[in-house]
Design a protein. Sequence first.
Length: 336
Amino acid sequence: MRQVTVVENLLLRQKERPMASGRFTRLLTELILSAKIIDREVSKAGLLDVLGVTGEVNVQGEIVQKLDDFANKVIIRRMERAGVLCAMVSEENADFIEIPHRFPTGDYILVFDPLDGSANIDANVSIGTIFGIYRRTSFGDQAVTLSEILQKGAMQVAAGYIIYGSSTMLVYTAGDGVHGFTLDPSVGEFLLSHPDIKIPEQGKIYSVNEGYSMYWDEPTRKIVDYFKSNDNSLGRPYSLRYIGSLVSDFHRNLLYGGIFMYPADMRDPRKPSGKLRLMCEAAPMAMIIEQAGGMATDGTRRILDIEPQELHQRVPLFVGSKSDVEIVQRYYADAR
Ligand code: P6P
């Protein structure tokens, strides 16, 4: 296959809709450089003292892994200088990140989880960076406001992830299909390896942490029983595959077909919304899956239609093959 870089692919596919003044290209280029820097540290994590924790606790109340912290700093420092952003949202930061006045700004907003699945770092499990890109909704040079940032996922102009695994891949969409690029370390470039990814209409895999089944609501219990039975449309039980790293579980299901579930968790009736964050995790994955022909719901609502009320709002997530996610919607509709 001819070696096609991310920018070449973007320009080829955007010829009828050039992404404005090349600012999007610059954003992507800087994000890719951040990913290469993170990849270098992740790939040698076992050799250096970057394993383990910093001892700090992030806004989610989770102990910050050193690589988490490193990845967050790399993205913030590189992207704030890119001259294309007016704000950033990181899963690791409580508030949104304004661009320091000494740097030029632009109209894009970058939302990201710098290193998802980081609890798996020490076990050498694949982890990833997840991102979503929005445009600011007001114009002029006044400071961006929180209300401008709290946009529903359908407003994303692009979304993607980098998976640091047996090979490092960038998978993203700018609204015209999903494309996968594999990092070729010999040239230091992400090269097109998976053009126009489409998820199979129906899968044979379900991904959920069954250990929490006692905390699930009734529809979720029935849904998981459906996938484990002979009475589903496959005529036999789906295989359970669960890595505990969203990017890894999502990537496998995107390529092979299947459904990933992080359901509502009834442990705290005041917060029956599961663990995953709407803006930094669910919405980017939802844009990717829809562009690949799949679906993403919280059980009743399309993920991309959910208007965030706060930056780190959590949401139940059912994402994957269209016919498998439609089963979820049917069970929740029957429960209403
Ligand atoms: P649990 C990783 O911490 C993460 O945010 C996702 O990457 C992953 O899908 C999920 O949590 C795993 O959560 O509760 O099953 O360990």
